[in-house]
Design a protein around this ligand. Sequence first.
Ligand SMILES: Nc1nc2c(ncn2[C@@H]2O[C@H](COP(=O)(O)OP(=O)(O)OP(=O)(O)O)[C@@H](O)[C@H]2O)c(=O)[nH]1
Length: 313
Amino acid sequence: MAQFQKRIPVGVIGGFLGAGKTTLVNHLVASGAQKFGIIVNEFGETGIDGSLIENVDTDGIAELSNGCLCCVGREDLVSALFKLISRKDKPDYILIELSGLADPVPVAQTVLDPFARTRFELDSIIGVADARNLEQTLRDGPEGAVQLAYASVIVLNKTDLASPEQVDEAEALIRKINPLAQVFRTAQSRVNPHDLLHLRAFSLDWRPQNYQHLHTPNLQSFTLSTEGLLERPKVNEFIDQYLISRPDAVFRAKGFLSVKGFDKQVLFQSVREIFSLELSQEPLQARSRLVVIGRGLNQFEYEEAFQALKARL
Ligand SMILES: Nc1nc2c(ncn2[C@@H]2O[C@H](COP(=O)(O)OP(=O)(O)OP(=O)(O)O)[C@@H](O)[C@H]2O)c(=O)[nH]1
């Protein structure tokens, strides 16, 4: 009798820029709940997101950059899925972490297409929402809503950065968009893996209801890059003046900076006005690179200001 191969479950993680998707992936991997294969989709071209995934060897991560998976590269997605399961050390669950602007629906449909579904099973769409910024995100563009509307389960994250009222309001907004999904409130995306995995939330003939694929026009993403060491006080000023003081224009920035006085690159991350800096494992000699995502930005001005951070020799 013909023996069908076991299908590998796939969870698609969506959610707006900076909501906590990578933090969730790292949390799930650290939990050891499964042997995960990871596909990371980046809006920009930089390859920063792959380096933010911890504890998975590079063979177990596929990076698909340069645009949202919902719009480009669906063939790439199918190839990446097959590549991950062709490894000797096969994953038993695959997580697709979408870019913060991607629409999960076309990606979920790709996993359900006749070719992919011979080996993969769409397990769930996981939505990650930022309790502090959800209201603003929903006002800014259509991406935030579609990322939650079709989710099987929602992680309402960053509760530590929001007041209890803000968290309640965020949950009420989610309920309006998606009354059925179970919502888990978290800080640092710390949710019990059993609540997210093996939900088997989709049938093969799933069709989204009232679905429209939309993107905010004029969103920008560019990468600032330079060789050499950067002067710390100038970096501080740049963060202040060009990144965190423009929360309605700069939605997200992240990258690795070679700052004079440190022995490794510094990982910088910002989501609107909140930012963090930490020492990374990247060598100080590597190029500094920072991806900036927002709207109404003068890229040339940013490039000049970034070059001016360099320490004088
Ligand atoms: N205070 C706080 N910070 C958080 C929490 N979750 C994530 N962060 C931080 O928020 C920033 C963005 O988190 P990520 O997990 O990278 O968000 P993301 O959704 O993957 O971001 P994009 O892929 O750029 O859309 C990082 O600096 C995280 O350390 C949280 O619950 N509380």
